[in-house]
Design a protein around this ligand. Structure first.
Ligand code: 1CP
Length: 343
């Protein structure tokens, strides 16, 4: 698998490429399966349909890896929190975690058991996926998941959870501890079910100042990484903490790949982290609106990385109104142009 070889720093015939959020609303084929399922959460729970949409971007776009179709928020949901996806609003937890009693009602063990539909999706998908394509499992980082559990949904200010950082850090640690316990076992089950690599998404890492992020964010990611490396040393781990370009020099851990977000100049990330980690990323996702912008973005990134120690991706998820034809053009252009660097 070219994607796994690249994660491990082996030479590959071209730079492998996939896109964060590559299965989803920009694909008419996805919309059809989602309509059949009824709604988004029913789709996640139906392992045959979830597997079908996991495979769609491989068949339609030719990406080098599939990412499991699910969501980061099924973990707190299966721990015992009611979750709704409200049209136009995104995810909503009607009863956010505010007290120790709220937290005590949640169970990490129950979540790991209840998430069996995810393990079934993985088994079926790995069965159907071409042998040379990798299947990526994933979870949200404890901090990012906790922001939704505490705020009750998406937030622009993070004021409730950031107040907790300074007013009640013990309680925030208790929440993060419980989520981390679930995520260690959840990713272990994903690996046992057949994923070839895992990615930890810390989409809201940039909401915290450095010292707070190290204490409440990155330390929990590293705990998950160390647990997985002790049990599954051969499975590559990708971390994606978005919005921390100001302190990349201080990032360390036992993971294999560092995901660079689009706001970080890739040359800076290469200087800080490129010797220690394979870098993944980081084309600005809105470049996909325009073919000339795609060409320019791909050329610039390939010239910085020189076809080495790199996995191509966007610097955050693909947007729902991107033309499919442009997504195809992007994937093909990375695969063709990067082959020239490999010679
Ligand atoms: O069909 C729909 O309308 C639902 C939209 C949708 C989809 C397609 C949601 C709701 N989640 C997903 C799938 C998903 N989410 C995947 C698998 C598909 C793929 O990547 O190809 C993955 C890996 C995620 C990860 C995810 N969910 C993250 C981390 C990555 C990121 O984009 O930063 C986050 C923050 C979420 C929460 C979430 N779930 C859904 C939405 C709209 C959101 C974001 C809400 C917000 O911005 O706060």
């Amino acid at each position: 698998m070219i994607f796994i070889d690249a994660c491990l720093g082996k030479k590959t015939p071209y730079t492998p490429v996939w896109m964060m959020r590559q299965a989803g609303r920009y694909l008419p084929e996805y919309m059809r399966v989602r309509a059949e399922a009824g709604d988004f959460l029913s789709l996640c729970k139906d392992y045959e349909k979830a597997s079908e949409v996991t495979l769609q971007p491989v068949d339609i776009l030719g990406v080098d890896a599939a990412i499991l179709f699910s969501d980061i928020l099924v973990v707190p949901m299966e721990m015992g929190m009611e979750l709704k996806f409200v049209k136009g609003e995104g995810p909503v937890f009607p009863k956010p975690i505010a007290t120790m009693e709220d937290l005590d009602r949640l169970s990490s063990d129950k979540a790991v058991k209840n998430l069996s539909y995810v393990y079934d999706t993985i088994k079926l998908t790995r069965d159907k996926l071409a042998k040379d394509k990798a299947l990526i499992g994933f979870c949200g980082a404890p901090w990012t998941i906790a922001t939704y559990m505490i705020e009750g949904g998406s937030t622009k200010t993070y004021n409730i959870c950031k107040k907790m950082v300074y007013d009640n850090p013990q309680f925030l640690h208790a929440i993060l501890r419980k989520v981390t316990n679930a995520l260690k076992l959840y990713l272990a089950e994903q690996i046992k079910s057949g994923v070839n690599a895992v990615q930890i998404f810390d989409s809201w890492a940039g909401a915290l100042e450095k010292s707070a992020y190290m204490e409440f964010g990155f330390s929990y990611i590293n705990e998950i990484v160390d647990y997985l490396k002790a049990n599954f040393p051969d499975t590559p781990i990708i971390v994606f903490p978005k919005g921390i370009s100001g302190f990349l020099d201080d990032i360390s851990g036992n993971f294999d790949v560092f995901g660079v977000d689009w706001s970080t100049p890739l040359a800076n990330a290469k200087k800080s982290l490129g010797a220690k980690y394979i870098l993944q990323g980081n084309m600005e996702p809105t470049r996909l609106y325009n073919k000339d912008a795609i060409d320019e973005g791909v050329d610039e990134i390939l010239s910085i990385m020189g076809g080495k120690r790199h996995i191509f991706n966007l610097g955050h998820g693909i947007l729902p109104d991107i033309p499919v034809e442009h997504a195809k053009y992007f994937i093909k252009s990375v695969q063709e142009k990067s082959a020239k660097y490999a010679k």
